[in-house]
Design a protein around this ligand. Sequence first.
Ligand SMILES: Nc1ncnc2c1ncn2[C@@H]1O[C@H](COP(=O)(O)OP(=O)(O)OP(=O)(O)O)[C@@H](O)[C@H]1O
Length: 857
Amino acid sequence: MASNGYRNGTGTNKGAIKPPASSNIRSSSFKSRLPPSSNHSPGSALRRTSSASFTTAAGGDGVPGRVRVAVRLRPRNAEESTADADFADCVELQPELKRLKLRKNNWESETYEFDEVLTEFASQKRVYEVVAKPVVESVLDGYNGTVMAYGQTGTGKTFTLGRLGEEDTSARGIMVRSMEEILVNVSRETDSISVSYLQLYMETIQDLLDPANDNISIVEDPRTGDVSLPGATHVEIKDEQSFLELLRLGEAHRIAANTKLNTESSRSHAILMVHVKRSVLGEEVAIPTESDKSSHFVKPPKPLVRKSKLVLVDLAGSERVQKSGSEGHMLEEAKSINLSLSALGKCINALAENSAHVPIRDSKLTRLLRDSFGGTARTSLIVTIGPSPRHRGETASTILFGQRAMKVENMLRIKEEFDYKSLARRLEIQLDKLIAENERQQKAFDDEVERINLEAQNRVSEVERNFTDGLEKERLKCQMEYMESVKKLEEKMIENQQKHQHDGFMKDKCNGEGPGFCEDIAVIKKLLEKETHMRKEAEKEVNKLKSQLGQHMDAGAGGDAEILKLQIALEDEVHQKKKLEEEIIILRSQMLQLTFEADQMRRCLARGGSGNAYPGLDSPMSQVRDSLSGHKTPVSALFDQVGVEKILDLLESEDANVRIHAVKVVANLAAEEANQERIVEAGGLTSLLMLLRSYEDETVRRVAAGAIANLAMNEANQELIMVQGGISLLSTTASDAEDPQTLRMVAGAIANLCGNDKLQATLRSEGGIKALLGMVRCRHPDVLSQVARGIANFAKCESRASTNEANAKDMINGGALWELVRITRDCSREDIRSLARRTLNSSLLFRSEMRRLRIEL
Ligand SMILES: Nc1ncnc2c1ncn2[C@@H]1O[C@H](COP(=O)(O)OP(=O)(O)OP(=O)(O)O)[C@@H](O)[C@H]1O
């Protein structure tokens, strides 16, 4: 394992000091000689790199830092006290000289120098301070650090590193003390600490925080040489308590795992990795300005993050290495003892001898500790030895391991990277502050705007108020002035009047001064009188309104409701009254009609007639005669009592009975010539034609047709009937109706129109003649008589206008000839038969046609 050159003490010189090969060992102190590397020391000799260029073990600037080695002697244990009672310890320590004497026998010894020699009486605190504290401080500064314990089983590696000191805090080992130190120095807000706890046994890395995870691989960054275990559990540490629990858990898992593997705890390496991430500010950079070389623009410091790692290694017991080594069988050794310790020894040897090849890849332990030996980390090794002369060989081997390790040089480099997260966090905080400030300013601005608005509104209100007040004052003033001037003018007028009345001179003067003056006075006087009158009227009106208002006000809230009720009652009353009036009219008209009909009946009976209710049809002039005799009919009296307008209004009543009675009354009135003009003037003809058109009720239609027939007796009305479309309405009714009495009325009306020369053409063109002839189908003698009368009237007209024989021809074509012949033969009434005969004989065309057809009358 080691060459002879490193096997110090192999010589025979008693008490000869065997220093390590490196010349600086003698003079070096275990305490760090590194200058302080924090950001507070800009003049630091350390050259830091940014994240973009992590330093690697192979190159770049750094600070040389040799591996520091301390030796610690365990006190004799009980077994040794007994077994070695008669023997001296195999080592003698000279702590003040940092030397250790390894006895070969009673007279020979070898002396070795270490960076620190810790006797069996050294406290845990002292051990921590001299071995681990400088490394922990470096880790806090951003360097990687390693503290490793190496030694034979039972010599106190775990005691030194892993004691928890739960019952006695002074017994706390390096692990707990390191964490205490770290926790005290980091910031809870900006820094973070996380821990992984692993065990390496037979080239397998097992997670002591998650034992099922037992095949963790090592990842090496080829660029930076950084070693990481991404598969390992990382637990964030917030306080010492949580760390102690974690260590306890890891230890429990380690014991359980080793029991399962049926091995001893000393055969595995326990590795605790503490990852420290700290946020620091970079140095401020002063930049000279162009204008003034003396003044400097200072750039704010950059946020940086330092990621460092403290590796605490409790190695497996080294006695087997020693045993195989003492026998000098390197290969056997590798087979029988822990491969990794052997590989570590080889690497340290290679590094100590500045060998070109360092067999780092021979084991996982050397790969894991690559940065600790010959890398960028600050490394402290504590070698533990026992006092027993029985284990002198193992002790010597341990001492030699330490001596070789002391020759290993590391190149310490700090690892900084730009702290984007911290920068983002800071920027977020800054942004939040700016947003809050902006919101505050916005709020203040809004408040100010609102205040100004309010103030402006108040001012506007005040101005408006002032303006209204001023306006009112002005108005009052004008009113007063106006009243004053009116009063003055009145006074002046009275004065003038007095003067005018009592002073004749005034009149003369007036005449003397010309008419213009007097006219002026008269105009002014008139204006004044008018003005005064209007004012008085207006005042009266105002007083009246005021008193009404007062009454309304006095009536109170209930008044309105009362008024409403009264209004409704009043409307009801009006309605009732209207209805009653209607009923009175109807009753009166009914009564009068009955009287009239009875009267008619009496007269007819007296004449031996049929008692026709519509005399106008048979004897158009009979009513006229009656009226001319000076005896006023009861129906005529209706005009005086009711008025034709009211009777005509009833034709449009909603009540069908009322409409029937009304149309009967109108028909009876129309029978009297004296009434006809008033009926037509009041729109009665139009109303009757409307009733004919509406075809709502047979009785109404019949009576309406009778009334039209009566009106059609008058020549003036005949033209009106034609103008208002009466001929076509009568024709339509003639073809639609079946009731003989309706047909009699319609035929009567048309027959009356047939006597008017001016209507001849219209009667033909609007189908009046055709309708008249068509009604013969009824065969009722009353209808036939009207048809015959109509044809006779028509023929008479034609004979008067004998030039137009074409009309007679039309009538023949229309069947009038045969109808007349039929009437002469079939009609039961002699007067009608005779009328038909006369008509036939009156026309040349009729006569020649009868001859042609051999018709004998
Ligand atoms: N400096 C010391 N002072 C008092 N007792 C000690 C000291 N060093 C070790 N011991 C005791 O020696 C015993 C063995 O120590 P420890 O278990 O730490 O050895 P180890 O080297 O870790 O062994 P292994 O390699 O088997 O794990 C323990 O009982 C421990 O208390």
